[in-house]
Design a protein around this ligand. Structure first.
Ligand code: BGC
Length: 740
């Protein structure tokens, strides 16, 4: 009895003290903890190891990981999987002197158990709510599996489809990319860090990784200050504004200085000008790799350069833990810099509530209940439908006529669920990935006969399977072909010098097309591919990217018109490899190609300047017209707002959505401006014959640019305003003047 009441008093006291601690401001709790830490324990917080079983890069051999955790020499671990395992690893941290909890991070890029479309596909939806929801669901599942942190979103702009990592981003445009960055950060972090369905976001890779020379992964980046600020930095700034808890730096050097050791990027811009209060993790071993760059003579100098430059945490590189103590003792690194990095990291651990309960995310029951929930599949299906881009639809072949009774499904990707997951989908389960064939089977439910032939493998050079494919096509009313890349032909370290559809797949299309049957081609890939034969000869083309768990169901819904495609390309599709880099927001040059005469013009003698498909392009089963453009004024004052109104009408016979895009061109300025820059868009849904009046507002922010001195602001003068449904299909345009 006495024992019981004294126990109760002890528990209440502990609870009270815990509660009292919680009431203190986070910064105070951080400082109090910091004051108790030895230098080694501080450096431990800056150290991150991978678990041995799921490597996403080259592992540095270390048999002492758990011992290091118990000694307080580790702040975070990546690639630990599941509630049970994270709990087990966290137990080791609870054996350390100060019991500082570990952070568990992973690459939850497009879904956790339920796989959503790859990020570039989702960007094709131009649907910010759907994109935010996808990140929200990924976070809910990841947090239920013990994770605190996702290494996403990747917000690298890229103009080069050879670069395998285009698949992870939002394409080529800084405006669209910034809005998507914001939506993804909000989605991952939910209402607030500390909620059990929120994980920390990580805006990566800071910065300009997507400009790797020649599209070769990890390659150097050599770009102008203007390109850095205009093209590559805006999505990072948007991520800061959206409250991204962490940043990751990048493997590349930027004009000679590795991003990881780049003080200008990390201290001057990110933590200085943008006043970023989160922390920066290195990319995998990117601190130690500064030796290979030729920027540090050994790991110790690499550690010195990285910490001075503002990299707070060392991912799987062993540079900080092996060298920082000594560097502080030698006076080469001030301890105050270590303290600043530790503070940033501890703050997040407090915000996540880990000091109240280090195991709060590691709950096997919750994990079981949340992973793969039905509503997650529903959202994944909707996201997949919205990500599909209709590139061609001759004679309105699509949606397919339901009276057709024999459907041939041909091609190496037709029966593949496996490939539908795309890059960075480590938690998928085979039975959760629906192939095109399975999706069609479920849709037709015996009402039409599905015939199948593989035709060839993805990278095959053999045409042995063509005869069977052709015979199968001959028996059918219509042919659906599934071609493209394997799931892992895009992603990290997956650059390609030849981005045509691999192997003999286009020859297979040609052979099938020779039967005279109508052919619908579905191209599945993680990047823009080149497919000029198909573009010219297929009757209809859907670009489906890799659509995740619900891929086949989404494709079947689009093929049969249960969803009317509304996707728009977030990146330009070249028609020739030699056009790369190719993008819509180029400058005019002094010798622009305007008419047919190519002599002494900025043009190729062997290929058109035009892309195969432009940024912003994508068709619908219905058609839209735009009319009656009106401006609230023709002269705008710098601090004023211009209202743009116009009417959009659905002139076709299906209900559908259109992404209306607004572009501006500053005609004459102190720095030549791009011929078009996306400045706003709206996605609207209209029933047949329905009209809507849409309004855009133009203000100073939309008219500003970096002038010759790299100052952000406006210059008076004339602007061209363009509204269309693709960057190369402007339907309304007018000019207005900006006055001081
Ligand atoms: C990639 C990062 C990723 C990290 C951890 C690196 O190789 O560049 O994007 O977050 O590995 O898996």
């Amino acid at each position: 009895m006495v024992l019981k009441s004294s126990l109760t008093i002890t528990f209440s006291l502990v609870a009270f003290l815990g509660f009292a601690q919680k009431l203190k401001p986070v910064d105070q709790r951080v400082d109090e903890l910091l004051a108790k830490m030895t230098l080694v324990e501080k450096i431990g917080q800056l150290n991150q190891y991978t678990s041995d079983r799921l490597a996403t890069g080259p592992i540095a051999p270390n048999s002492n990981k758990f011992n290091d955790i118990k000694q307080g020499r580790l702040g975070s671990m990546l690639n630990v999987e599941g509630a049970k395992e994270t709990r087990m690893v966290q137990e080791y941290a609870m054996q350390s002197r100060l019991k500082i909890p570990l952070l568990f991070g992973r690459d939850v890029i497009h879904g956790y158990r339920v796989t959503f479309p790859v990020p570039l596909a989702e960007a094709s939806s131009w649907d910010l709510n759907a994109i935010e929801l996808s990140a929200r669901i990924a976070a809910t599942e990841a947090a239920a599996a013990g994770l605190h942190w996702t290494f996403a979103p990747m917000v690298d702009i890229s103009r080069d489809p050879r670069w395998g990592r285009v698949v992870e981003g939002a394409g080529e445009d800084p405006y669209l990319g910034s809005l998507i960055a914001k939506a993804r950060v909000k989605g991952f972090q939910g209402k607030q860090l500390g909620d059990l369905d929120a994980v920390m976001a990580c805006a990566k890779h800071f910065a300009a990784y997507g400009a790797a020379i020649a599209g070769r992964d990890y390659n150097s980046v050599d770009i102008s200050e203007r390109a850095l600020w205009e093209i590559y930095l805006p999505p990072f700034k948007a991520a800061v504004d959206a409250g991204a808890a962490t940043f990751m730096n990048s493997f590349n050097d930027l004009n000679g200085i590795p991003a990881t050791g780049n003080k200008y990027l990390q201290r001057d811009i990110l933590k200085g000008k943008w006043q970023y209060s989160g922390f920066v993790v290195s990319d995998w071993a990117s601190i130690a790799e500064m030796v290979a760059h030729g920027y540090a003579k050994d790991k110790s100098q690499a550690a010195e350069r990285a910490i001075l430059a503002g990299s707070d945490m060392d991912m799987e590189g062993n540079a900080y833990i092996s060298s920082l103590s000594n560097l502080v003792k030698l006076g080469k690194v001030p301890e105050s810099l270590i303290d600043d990095a530790v503070r940033r990291i501890l703050r997040k651990k407090f915000e996540l509530g880990l000091f109240e309960d280090p195991f709060r995310f590691s709950d096997e029951k919750r994990e079981k209940k949340v992973l793969g929930a039905q509503e997650h599949h529903k959202a994944a299906l909707e996201a997949a439908e919205k990500s599909i881009v209709l590139l061609k639809n001759e004679n309105q072949l699509l949606p397919l006529d339901r009276t057709m009774k024999k459907i041939a499904v041909i091609g190496p990707l037709a029966k593949s669920g496996y490939d539908m997951r795309g890059a960075w989908s480590v938690y998928w389960k085979d039975d959760h990935l629906v192939s095109l064939y399975e999706g069609l089977q479920a849709k037709l439910n015996g009402k039409a006969q599905l015939l199948y032939a593989k035709g060839c493998g993805i990278e095959d050079t053999s045409t042995a399977g063509f005869t069977e494919a052709v015979e199968t096509a001959r028996k059918a009313d219509v042919v659906i072909m599934a071609v493209g890349e394997k799931w892992d032909m895009s992603g990290e370290a997956k650059s390609r010098s030849d981005i045509r559809i691999p192997g003999v797949q286009e020859e297979l299309i040609e052979a099938v097309k020779a039967t005279g049957k109508k052919v619908v081609v579905l191209v599945m890939a993680g990047r823009p591919l080149i497919f000029n034969y198909t573009a010219a000869n297929a009757d209809a083309i859907l670009y489906t990217w890799f659509l995740g768990s619900e891929a086949g169901n989404a494709m079947a819904n689009v093929l049969y018109g249960d969803y009317n495609p509304s996707g728009k390309l977030p990146i330009t599709f070249p028609r020739a490899q030699g056009q790369i880099p190719i993008y819509y927001n180029y400058r005019n040059t002094g010798r622009p190609l305007t008419g047919k005469d190519m002599s002494y013009k900025s043009a190729y003698i062997d290929v058109s300047n035009k892309p195969a498909y432009a940024f912003g392009y994508g068709l619908s089963y219905t058609s839209f017209s735009m009319s009656n453009l009106q401006l609230s004024k023709k002269d705008l004052k710098t601090d004023g707002t211009l209202k743009v109104t116009f009417t959009i009408t659905n002139t076709g016979k299906y209900s559908g959505e259109e992404v209306v895009q607004l572009y501006l061109h500053d005609l004459v300025a102190s720095v030549a401006r791009p011929v078009k820059e996306l400045k706003d868009f709206q996605k609207v849904k209209l029933a047949p014959n329905e009209s809507k009046t849409l309004t855009f507002e133009i203000d100073k922010e939309k008219l500003s640019f970096y002038n010759e001195a790299m100052h952000w602001g406006t210059e008076p003068g004339e602007f061209k305003l363009m509204i269309g449904n693709s960057s190369d299909n402007i339907l309304l345009e007018t000019n207005f003047v900006l006055n001081n």
